[in-house]
Design a protein around this ligand. Structure first.
Ligand SMILES: Cc1ncc(COP(=O)(O)O)c(C=O)c1O
Ligand SMILES: N[C@@H](CCOP(=O)(O)O)C(=O)O
Length: 463
């Protein structure tokens, strides 16, 4: 299996190299040169298997010979052993044909753990085999950072630096990043928003001197392995609802487009997904793009679903690559226009192709609060604001004959203020995190300045 860049000008890589490389050297994102299709009989045979077994069968064709079957199966077992639910990603029924996929039973209570716990193990095995070390830099609007720190804390071969927007993540998210005591963990509070954090991360990757010197690696969803791990729960949930003999639809709370893009890959692999619905908060650039055909950034408006406060939606580039029929030059031009003008038009053909696969809905702040209250009153479920946005967009479609699965991407206890405001319930953290608010915090405030960030990282890793 070979991996190619969405911008068409970077070297083709194997799975392991693409995973350790992060961003392609032409600024693009790696994608598989071909998407393997899973025959219907093989999808049917997933019914009744454990999450780990499904993960092995779904991901195996993408990994090539990077890991033996035995090693890969063991890595998967270890990755999900710490999850707090035997099903790993349980489905909860909300209505006659409406379901919630709970993705928050991992160690940091967000869906990011599904990929991050796995790539923590994959990095460890690959780096120790190669005798190499890397510097991971990540950008987060809250959940990626805590999941990455949890997965990589204390590992010898890795330093992990996480850039988060100062004052724009929830207190639980911040404390998850700032309270680990391991020396290889560095939480950096950047003056700016998430797009500034992600922009600086990409600038570091595009500074080849720095990139090569510190052996930069990325664990945001620019990393293909992140997306791949997220494909699995589309399969596990759809199969338990009757796939491949029955179609299933998904509504996904969306920011950086990694999670819903994983659903697109599952569909391309042959999973009978009928609709993939993008659910956005008031930072609704993806919803507007599908409606108007113009990708136009605006200032980010901080919201009660901060993990989705994003304007430059990184993985949309991967979707554009497929919508433009694999034309890397066209994608490179659009991305150059985005950098220069903050906007680009999507061609009519590409827009039609996107609309064939994706539809979308937007939920305002007031509607998010009302949705949390409504689902609590009608189903007893206490949803985090991101999950409530997905459930609300799904509910607006009414009950359909195709089962609809809304992705619940974080535990409500990560956003207790918004949840309490909405429904009067203050969700408690699990017992293992009960002392989170007593633990000492360790963070460095940093400017939105590339040279200063690179200097800080150089200095920290030289110690
Ligand atoms: C809780 C939560 N929901 C939804 C999202 C959006 O996911 P994505 O960025 O993959 O679109 C995020 C951030 O990634 C998140 O942390
Ligand atoms: N919402 C994310 C933003 C980063 O997304 P990623 O999937 O590219 O890592 C977060 O919680 O940090």
């Amino acid at each position: 299996m070979k991996y190619i860049s969405t911008r068409g000008k970077a070297p083709e890589l194997t799975f392991e190299d693409a995973m350790l490389t992060g961003l392609a050297r032409d600024g693009g994102l790696y994608i598989p040169a071909e998407i393997p299709v899973m025959p219907k009989a093989e999808i049917a045979a997933l019914a009744g298997l454990s999450y780990e077994e499904i993960a092995f069968r779904v991901m195996r064709p993408f990994v090539g010979d990077a890991f033996t079957d035995e090693d890969f199966a063991e890595i998967i077992q270890k990755a999900y052993a710490g999850f707090g639910h035997a099903a790993r990603a349980p489905l909860v029924q909300l209505g006659p044909n409406d379901f919630l996929l709970e993705l928050f039973h991992g160690p940091t209570l967000a869906f990011k753990d599904f990929a991050m716990q796995l790539i923590g193990q994959l990095f460890q095995v690959a780096l120790s085999r190669r005798g190499e070390r890397v510097t991971i830099v990540g950008a987060t609007s809250g959940d990626t950072g805590s999941a990455a720190i949890e997965a990589f804390r204390g590992l010898d071969a890795v330093d992990v630096f996480i850039l988060f927007p100062n004052g724009r993540v929830s207190e639980v998210q911040r404390r998850q990043m700032t309270t680990p005591t391991e020396a290889n963990v560095h939480a950096l509070a950047l003056e700016g928003d998430f797009d500034d954090c992600q922009g600086k991360l990409k600038d570091m990757f595009n500074d080849f001197t720095f990139r090569d010197e510190v052996r930069l690696a990325g664990v945001n969803s620019i990393n293909w392995a992140r997306v791949l791990a997220q494909v699995v729960y589309y399969f596990s949930s759809a199969v338990s609802l009757g796939a491949p003999h029955r179609e299933v639809s998904f509504t996904v709370p969306t920011g950086n487009f990694g999670d819903i893009f994983a659903g697109y890959i599952a569909k391309r692999m042959g999973l009978p997904i009928r609709d993939l619905v993008i659910a956005t908060n008031q930072n609704d650039i993806l919803h507007r793009t599908l409606e108007t055909g113009a990708y136009t950034t605006q200032a980010v408006a901080p919201s009660i679903s901060p993990s989705m406060d994003i304007q430059v939606s990184s993985n949309f580039e991967r979707a554009l690559y497929f919508a433009y029929g694999g034309d890397g030059n066209a994608v490179a031009q659009l991305m150059a226009e985005l950098k220069e003008k903050g906007a680009f038009p999507v061609s009519q053909g590409a827009l039609e192709s996107l609309r064939e696969t994706f539809s979308s809905g937007r939920v305002s702040e007031e509607e998010t609060l009302a949705a949390i209250a409504k689902f609590h009153a009608t189903t007893g479920e206490v949803l985090c604001p991101h999950s409530a946005i997905a459930a609300e967009v799904a509910a607006r479609r009414g009950t359909e004959s195709t089962p609809m699965v809304a992705l619940a991407t974080a535990h409500p206890a990560k956003f207790p203020d918004a949840v309490e405001r909405a429904c009067g319930q203050r969700p408690a953290l699990p017992a293992r995190m009960a002392d989170l608010f007593e633990r000492e915090e360790r963070l460095t405030e940093v400017p939105n300045d590339l040279a200063a960030l690179e200097a800080l990282i150089r200095e920290r890793i030289s110690k």
